[in-house]
Design a protein around this ligand. Structure first.
Ligand code: DSN
Length: 426
């Protein structure tokens, strides 16, 4: 493979041309392809710049005003800005912006509210949950007793009868709601009612939908959840990082769990970029973005249904569409790899009650956060569905010529929609 010359990063190019070339190649790839992985996005140039600042040179274990290192004049203000902006954007009393990413954030919640061996209730990974919601292969499922709920077989919606029954029977310390492959609105009120009945701590993991909540395109868990856990790099369009939010009454337990319970020094360059992303999320244009993400996902779902695709739950309310390819006779992995060759980047994914294994499942998971960040609107979703349809059919036949043709068409369209933060085509 020929790696193109880097188009930016002069210092990096001079010091390490090999690495710079790889960065340049990734920039080109992100510019040329239709990125449909629902947990990915394009951050703004401002967020990207913040992650590359000298703030990364500084150690600052502790919290603003209570550090174990000197020289925190600026860092304290950076972290306080991020915290205050998180509180304002999500309407919460307390925010901790230090978790390194979503999994450590969730582990901190266990540390704050449970003892090893305690029971936790979460959505099963193959049903759309997350590893850290008590799934067996995760530390959260081996150090704690994970009990898992799923979706109903008839409509693929969360089975609240099962959630209630399990909660009453198992008396979990913590209940997780939210997930990684949930295409429908999460009923935080229903989870809150169940958690209160059994005296469990309700954790709303809003990693996927944080940007939609910030932009008013999904209901907020704030009135119902004890703790809100989120990554900052998905629909929220910030750097790779995470936050834990709560009422003041849980602040101490959460802060103590994150530091010194689990982590050392916070990544201050990430904290700065979170602050920038939250400023962007507070702007009116972000509301438009969040609603456009959902409108695009709905339009894409409609176009896929019209082409005979089976969608888990029959469609979407948010940014994500889960396609069951069983009726197309193509395994998810085969389709995902073929679409990648066609310049359409998705991930293979289990579907509820999947008879196939997670590493070779029946579905693919797609979403609209990235393409919406590039400015594609609902008028383009029929074309996206057509490419997916043609790509999946080509995958079934091993038709590489069609995949190559789609790749050219995709690159042509994407060239008309420059991506935020990329030095290409801007
Ligand atoms: N890996 C993330 C996702 O893709 O949904 C969840 O942690």
């Amino acid at each position: 493979m020929t790696i193109p010359a880097p188009v930016s990063h002069p210092a990096l190019s001079a010091a390490d041309p090999e690495l710079a070339a790889l960065v340049g190649a990734e920039e080109q790839l992100q510019a040329d392809t239709l990125r449909l992985i629902p947990s990915e996005n394009y951050v703004s140039a401002a967020v990207l710049e913040a992650t590359g600042t000298v703030l990364q040179n500084k150690y600052s274990e502790g919290y603003a005003g209570r550090r174990y290192y000197e020289g925190q004049q600026n860092i304290d203000r950076v972290e306080t800005l991020a915290v205050e902006r998180a509180k304002a954007v999500f309407g919460v009393e307390h925010a901790n912006v230090q978790p390194y990413s979503g999994s450590p954030a969730n582990l901190a919640v266990y540390l704050a509210f449970a003892e090893p061996g305690d029971t936790v209730l979460g959505m099963a990974l193959p049903m759309g949950g997350h590893l850290t919601h008590g799934w067996g292969v995760s530390a959260t499922g081996s150090w704690f007793r994970g009990v898992q709920y799923g979706v109903r077989a008839d409509n693929a919606l969360i089975d609240f009868d099962q959630v209630r029954d399990l909660a009453r029977k198992e008396r979990p310390k913590i209940i997780f709601c939210g997930g990684t492959a949930v295409p429908r609105t999460i009923d935080f009120a229903a989870f809150g009612e169940i958690a209160r009945e059994v005296d469990a701590v309700l954790v709303a993991d809003i990693a996927h939908i944080a940007g939609l909540i910030a932009g008013g395109a999904h209901p907020s868990p704030v009135p119902h959840a004890d703790v809100i856990s989120t990554t900052t790099h998905k629909t929220l369009r910030g750097p790779r990082g995470a936050m834990l939010m709560s009422r003041t009454s849980h602040a101490k337990a959460i802060d103590k769990a994150v530091f010194p319970g689990l982590q050392g020094g916070p990544h201050n360059h990430t904290t700065a970029a979170i602050a920038v992303a939250l400023r962007e999320a507070a702007a009116p244009s972000f509301r438009e973005y969040a609603h456009a993400v959902v409108a695009n996902a709905r339009a894409l779902a409609e176009a896929l249904l019209a082409r005979g695709f089976d969608l888990v739950s029959g469609g979407t309310d948010n940014h994500l569409v889960l396609i069951d390819l069983t009726s197309k006779d193509v395994p998810g992995k085969v389709a995902a790899k073929a679409l990648d060759r066609a310049g359409i980047v998705v991930n293979y994914n289990t579907v509820p009650f999947d008879p196939r294994k997670p590493f070779d499942p029946s579905g693919i998971r797609i979403g609209t956060p990235s393409l919406t960040s590039r400015g594609l609107g609902t008028d383009r979703m029929a074309q996206v569905a057509e490419w997916i349809d043609r790509g999946v059919a080509a995958a079934a036949k091993g038709d590489e010529e069609t995949l190559a043709a789609i790749r050219t068409e995709v690159a042509e369209l994407m060239a008309a929609y420059p991506a935020p933060g990329l030095p290409i085509g801007a």
